[in-house]
Design a protein around this ligand. Sequence first.
Ligand code: AMP
Length: 400
Amino acid sequence: MSKLSIRDLSPAGKRVLMRVDFNVPLDDQLQITDDTRITAAVPSIEYLVKAGAKVVLMSHLGRPKAAPNPKYSLKPVAVRLGELIDAPVHFVEDCVGEKAEAAVAAMKDGEVLLLENVRFYPGEEANDADFSKQLASLGDLYVNDAFGTAHRAHASTAGVTEYLSPCAMGFLVEKELEYLVDKLEDPARPFVVIMGGAKVSDKIEVLNRLMGKADAFIIGGAMANTFRLAQGYQIGKSLAEPDKTDLALQILDKAEKNGIEFLLPADTRHTAEFRDEAPTECTAVWGEGGAIPDDREGIDIGDKAIEEFSKKIAEAGTIIWNGPMGVFEKRGFDIGTKAVGKAIADNKKAVKIVGGGDSVTAANQFGFGEEMDHMSTGGGASLELLEGKELPGIAALDDK
Ligand code: AMP
């Protein structure tokens, strides 16, 4: 059943308590280094402002350990938000209690108020009923647009919904669900899943779940090393999970039985030195003699793998990309990730979805972000959705 949307509300003159994900990175001078998460919430905020609501925003930032800490104040975020939207944006140094209540009472229709970090109180992560009630008293209705924290049952994401009605999702959460759930119910085929990153164990649930839906898997990153190790190849001192080789073999077996293509890198780029611009070499196609020497480490997919992966990506009707193909943070170890990002961007007909976290960073870093249909704003939350789990922050909202 679909959830109530922000479009279904009548917010004029009402206090709308909205959970957003303003957990942005800050440098030592408390300057915001990436405001993607703020801009992602702007459509919902502007919609409510234009509708004449009083928009009361709550968010967490960092891990302040349940106590006030100026290092994790949301004040710089309020300033940045004020530059992004055409409405007065106020900030209050508390999220509950007298100060917060007075600040909300002083609001006019069409204004925005950002409350201080909800994680300054232990009640937030404990999903405490009293704390939830105090937060809920600041609004008449509730909107959740914080996809990045929707997999957590906290006071501001779930607890407050017990005391407010109606409770709806914002535009950002709606788009995440459209791409990570709806579009994958009957995906345009072939449906190609590209996975990389450090560990098989982090992504095993997603792999298993998508095994019933995808036509092909493409595996890169250190994850691929675990599969190659499981198949008996020598991987030198490459990063892998030797205790997950049985799991890797089970996955390969399952793919074969289900007739799903499972592409592992045909070759690996490896190095003796783990640093920017270090000299690298590709091992020839895996198989006879294709071992990575003991003193070298596989840090990216090789040229042959890039060629094969790109071909498969070009044929896809739906693509999900989750995890880099190599150590893309280092110059010279980023070739595979860049090439796969380009191959995805070049496929103009496919629905292109990038799972959160590092793949989004990589897509933006290499200039392919604009070409993607959807880049998820939540790493953990997007993985849990793809695993088929119910997210507490979404489950708690009203059904349509
Ligand atoms: P994850 O968070 O699981 O998506 O993993 C992302 C991390 O995996 C990135 O920081 C990459 O540097 C790292 N990574 C990808 N490929 C490799 C590799 N072959 N060896 C070591 N680390 C890798």
